[in-house]
Design a binder for this molecule. Sequence first.
Ligand SMILES: Cc1ncc(COP(=O)(O)O)c(C=O)c1O
Length: 386
Amino acid sequence: MSAENPIRTTQADTSPGMIDLAIGHPSPSLLPLEVIRRAAEQRLATDFTPYLQYGYEPGDGIFRTALADFLSRHYGRQAGEGDLFVSGGASQALDLFCTVYTKPGDVVFVEEPTYFLALRIFQDHRLRIVSLPADEKGLIIEALEQQLESLRPVILYTVPTHQNPSGATLPPDRRRRLVELSRERDFLIVADEVYHLLTYGEQAPPPLASFLSEGTVLSLGSFSKILAPGLRLGWVQASPPLLRPLAESGMLDSGGGLNPFTSALVLSAIQAGMLDAHLEQLRREYGRRLQAMKAAIDDHLADRVEFSPPSGGFFFWLRLTDGRDSAILLKAAKKSGTSFVPGSAFSANRRLRDRLRLSFSYHPPSALQAGVQRLAESLSRNQPIV
Ligand SMILES: Cc1ncc(COP(=O)(O)O)c(C=O)c1O
């Protein structure tokens, strides 16, 4: 291993002394080693071996039954095992969905801002990405209606709750109208609901997974944010006719159901109540971090940014009131020992240049406060040219 080429293990590479507010990953200190250790001990103590076999394509029925029970309790709506497909995480589910349901040139509607790495997946599939404006409550339905006059999307991709990056949560009336439109105008809604269970303030509206019976909604969930991303495990919730093409895809026909061994470990964590307990701990700690970052922004950036505080998820979305380009500010911020993601990353058209995303998930409260202070210093040093 050389200094230039260190051997790396994780996706986010943090340099010493840097408080990187760009990283939207779970906190290293909250990765549940003890839960996974105990779950593995329980699982490996039995003589049950089918989880070492090629798995049933939609996912192990025992695991899906336990997951349905977990979701019924946490979503407040009865979930059924037949409405679940086990994925290798939300990203993998989105990619498989595009393979099965789209062809190059098809139109996909996304929000602006949107989860930037979903854009990469749509680009991989050569889809035509059309951005729809959003406000502090999420997708603007009138703008969607207007676009539907001239375009026929195959899918609309949305992060309806605690959005990445804006933190916005779509209100119930907009959710209802969105689903009505999908039926009237014949498109599928891919609802990326990976932050739905990470609510720290007032309760979020029912997930879009509550509209499965309409037959146009696929809801993506993931254990990445509520347990550990390294598990690469998630789920798709949809009506059985929508799930069937995923389970019948060539990839699953060849390789069998996704991640049977990991599912077996997470099954133990669910059955022993460890997932519930961990989720409680995450809500408490991330809630504390959210408040710490909000206080730091109020203290150090109040006259320079506008924002709507989130009530869950991992992110603050700031607008620089002097209209400067956050990509230019980023260079100054890095010199000050902090970082963020510039707003243009979240726009298919590289707009939103006066916005930036700060994450409060990765660092503890004291580091969040110091990081925001460093950002304020870099804003003072990097005055815009007028
Ligand atoms: C909105 C959104 N969807 C999906 C993902 C990735 O999820 P997974 O790890 O399940 O692939 C992320 C991670 O940052 C995200 O923010």
